[in-house]
Ligand binder design. Structure first.
Ligand SMILES: C[S@@+](CC[C@H](N)C(=O)[O-])C[C@H]1O[C@@H](n2cnc3c(N)ncnc32)[C@H](O)[C@@H]1O
Length: 194
């Protein structure tokens, strides 16, 4: 498979996933996002964002999905916020959520490898969250782009988990509950409890 065929197949898969998510937790998000204190941050993110400070900062989230995390960043005081995702449908959800949440966020449907060059050098923070890196076929090229997006002294925050965590049910502790090679997610360990 050529790299562009892979990206296109992945885009189609994420568009189908967006339809599934729309029947589930996203419908609740449409209400919850209206809360001025809406936040997806867990304790780790709260700690890190408090340490680095978000006030007025220009933030870009790569592979932002429906933008709920970026909306949280904006509501926590960030300045310009830009979210990039390859999925048309997740970007549409993001635009809807931002509008309902009363926040101004620029959403762009794009393959991260085709990110417009006019965004280079514009950001204090590049934000990359759980479940993004594993889809990207060329991490060297990706992190080259990450560094070009940053202003001098800009920062990168990567919040990732290893898929081994999906073997455990967070509610039950350290007992192995599922095979590492399961084809279907059994637990929602990577979907934070907000
Ligand atoms: C599991 S989500 C992770 C984002 C976020 N942590 C979340 O939980 O919603 C992965 C996202 O990466 C996006 N994605 C995958 N490959 C991409 C690419 N080449 N360019 C831009 N976005 C991509 C998908 O559309 C999907 O929304």
């Amino acid at each position: 498979m050529q790299p562009n065929d892979y990206i296109e197949a992945n885009r189609n898969m994420w568009n189908e996933t967006a339809d599934v998510h729309a029947q589930g937790y996203v419908s609740k998000l449409f209400e919850r996002v209206k809360d001025p204190n809406f936040s997806t941050f867990d304790d780790v993110e709260k700690h890190i964002f408090a340490h680095m400070g978000l006030d007025g900062k220009a933030v870009i989230q790569l592979c932002c999905n429906n933008g709920r995390e970026l909306i949280s960043v904006k509501k926590a005081g960030a300045g310009r916020c830009v979210g990039i995702d390859v999925s048309d449908k997740f970007i549409a959800h993001g635009q809807q959520l931002a509008s309902l949440g009363g926040v101004d966020i620029e959403f762009l449907r794009s393959n991260v490898y085709d990110i417009p060059h006019n965004l280079f050098g514009q950001f204090d923070l590049v934000y990359i969250t759980i479940g993004a890196l594993g889809w990207l076929p060329d991490l060297d090229a990706f992190f080259g782009l990450v560094s070009r997006l940053l202003k001098v002294d800009g920062q990168v925050f990567i919040y990732e988990m290893h898929p081994i965590l999906n073997m455990f049910d967070a509610d039950k502790g350290l007992t192995v509950e599922a095979s590492y090679f399961q084809s279907k997610r059994l637990f929602n360990n990577s979907i934070k409890a907000w």
